[in-house]
Write a new protein. Structure first.
Length: 151
């Protein structure tokens, strides 16, 4: 990935056009703000191919992290959660388009690996979809999903 490359939706589209989504995802997850190089390594070992960015309904995303009263696997301190989400929500309402979220598939489920705060801020701002980069175990699974999106 080019050192001048950033982490916006447009940058993700450009990486996809160059067939470099795997590198973009790894660099994005390791970047300041995400600070999740460990997740990048896990996903590189688990994901064979990526699709995106694609727009997905927020209600289809299964969150891994969130406030303690939400159906999530990892509860996050509510004050920390609300402060970050409130800040992002204001930015969304002012026209900010957050970077795509990172999603994997588990059977029929779309699991939100990175972007829990972004999705919640979009939801609170009244949005119903989020841009996502989706990882798949194999190319057939990716191609089947892409065909469903095209319908």
């Amino acid at each position: 990935m080019s050192s001048a490359q950033g982490y916006s939706l447009g940058d993700a589209r450009a990486a996809s056009a160059r067939d470099e989504l795997d590198d973009w995802v790894a660099a994005f997850l390791a970047s300041p703000g995400s600070d999740n190089a460990e997740l990048a390594e896990i996903l590189q070992a688990r994901v064979a191919c990526w699709l995106g960015p694609v727009e997905v309904p927020i209600d289809r995303l299964h969150r891994l992290a969130g406030p303690p009263d939400a159906p999530v696997l990892c509860a996050v301190d509510e004050d920390y959660w609300d402060d970050r989400v409130d800040d992002m929500e204001e930015k969304v309402e002012d026209g900010w388009e957050p970077p795509p979220v990172i999603v994997t598939t588990r059977g029929e489920d779309l699991v939100l690996e990175d972007g829990n705060h972004r999705v919640e801020s979009l939801r609170r701002a009244g949005e119903h979809t989020a841009w996502a980069i989706i990882g798949f175990a194999d190319a057939n699974e990716r191609d089947d999903f892409a065909a469903l999106l095209a319908q």
